[in-house]
Every structure is written in C-alpha cells, then in structure tokens.
Design a protein around this ligand. Structure first.
Ligand code: PAF
Length: 279
C-alpha cells in the first residue's frame, strides 16, 4: 500500500482511478474504530483513501498536540489490512505552508459541548476536513460517532456550503468492558485505564434508568455523574443531555436524546456518548 505525503502526488494517484472514492480522515494511531470505517469504505467504494494527519490547528494552547500518539508504520499495517488503498500523510508545512490564512468556520452548533470547552477546535476541524475533501474529492467520507458533535458539525458544513460529498457516520466501537476506542486511550496507565471505564458506566447508568421510564434530564444526569464522581482521577468537563439534531440541552429526555460527556482522566481528555433510546 502506498503512502503519499504531497498534495500533488495525491491528486496524481487519484487521477488514474475510476469509480467512487471514499475518504477516511484520521489523526492516526489507528485502532479498530478507524478500521471499521475503512472496511465500510472498502465495501462501498472503488478507491479508499485514509488520511493520517495530526492537525495542529484543532488543538488549543496547553492541549495534547505534542503528546498525541503517532506511529505511521503501525497505521500503514492497520489501514492496509482494513482495505485502504493509500495513506495520505502530509506534513504540517504541506497543509499549512507559510502565509496560510484561510479558515472554515461553522457557527451555532459549534458553540456547545466540546466547542465550549475547546474554543477554536471545530474551526480547525472544519478547515482541515474542507482541505482534505478538496484534495481527495471523494464521493463519500466516513467519520465515527464517538465524535458525535464533530460529525454534526461536518454534516452542517457540507449542507451549508453545498459540498458534493456524502457524509457517513459509523457506530462507536468499544472494548469488551465498554471503553470506547480512542487513540488517546494509549496515553492511559493501567490505573487510569480502569478509571476511564466510568465514562461508559455513566452512559449505561443513564440508559438503564431511561429504559425503566425515567425522563427527567436532571435525574438522568445525576445518575450518570455518580460513577464518574466515584473515580478520584476523573474530572468532568461536561455531561449533557441534548437534542441529537440541534445539540441544544433538553429538560425532558426522549428516545432520541443524546447523552454526551467529556471527562479528564489525569491529563487525558476522553469523550463518549449514546442515544438514550438506542440499543
Ligand atoms: O476525528 C479526527 O480524528 C479528526 O478530528 C479529523 C476529523 C481527522 C480532523 O483532523
């Protein structure tokens, strides 16, 4: 499988191929969640491009840009096995050359949840995703639902800016004990890995109460917060019940209500979510 690091080479590679192109944008340190996106891309498209780029402009000051795990050799193996045809792994200078000054900003839906605690994050995401879509010009692009708000922001951008691409959202992949797969899990030590289970426990506690008929968002939030409060290393960034279409907070939950949370385990910030009425 080829690895390409320039935009010109990427365009040359794609110019020689017919049929539907799928793009799976990633920041690398691939795991089974990414692999599931690539397998679905393989199923649907003739050419599968996986991008691996740790995008500096979506990290804020003091966030984990430097410590974000990276291993391109390992990524090549995982992507190849999952059916990618090529990895596009540009350098920062290739994506943001000197004099770079253009950004894409989605308003409204980026103001809450991760957007509230990470100002500028989604501007970085929508900018790099726009650039990747312009470079690869795929018919479909696949994203994981663990970043629920990211998926909603990208869908909004694609609709608002009439971008000619279908956005496909794929289910969260979890470890057998419930932990949602994330590249950042690699930064947890053994004790923190155990503490991190409080995120999925929070979701399951709220889902269980919802299935028994509880509809008060305040009560469901309190039940979800309990397992997190029990972990000394865990610090809640946000935990919210929201409308899954608008991401606006709700006071009464229904089948489609999203429970979204971000929790810091030591210095590692993890996110997770569920739709209360879904299996
Ligand atoms: O979800 C991610 O890994 C990143 O935010 C993305 C979409 C690849 C943009 O850098």
């Amino acid at each position: 499988m080829e690895t390409i690091d320039t935009i010109q080479e990427m365009r040359r590679f794609l110019a020689g191929r017919d049929g539907l192109v799928a793009l799976v944008p990633t920041m690398g340190y691939l795991h089974e969640g990414h692999a599931s996106l690539m397998r679905e891309a393989r199923r649907r498209a003739d050419t599968v491009v996986a991008s691996v780029f740790v995008n500096p402009i979506q990290f804020g000051v003091g966030e984990d840009l430097e410590s974000y795990p990276r291993d391109l050799e390992r990524d090549r193996l995982i992507a190849g096995e999952a059916g990618a045809d090529v990895i596009f792994a540009p350098t920062v200078a290739e994506m943001y050359p000197q004099g770079y000054q253009s950004f894409v900003n989605v308003e409204g839906i980026t103001g809450r949840l991760c957007g509230a605690s990470r100002p500028g994050h989604f501007r970085g995401v929508t900018t790099v995703v726009t650039k990747l879509l312009n470079i690869v010009q795929p018919g479909i692009a696949l994203f994981g639902m663990k970043d629920f708000q990211q998926l909603a922001v990208i869908r909004t951008m694609v609709a608002d800016l009439n971008m000619n691409v279908e956005i496909v959202g794929m289910p969260i992949v979890r470890e057998p004990d419930g932990l949602a797969l994330s590249s950042r899990n690699a930064r947890l030590d053994d004790a923190q890995r155990k503490s991190a289970l409080c995120l999925s426990r929070a979701l399951f506690a709220a889902k269980e109460a919802f299935s028994r008929g509880e509809r008060s968002a305040a009560t469901l939030s309190a039940l979800a917060l309990a397992p997190i409060g029990a972990e000394v290393e865990a610090q809640v960034d946000y935990l919210e019940l929201c409308d899954s279409a608008t991401l606006e907070p709700v006071t009464t939950a229904d089948e489609k209500t999203l429970l979204a949370l971000a929790v810091k385990i030591g210095t590692v910030r993890l996110i997770d979510n569920c739709i209360l009425g879904e299996e």
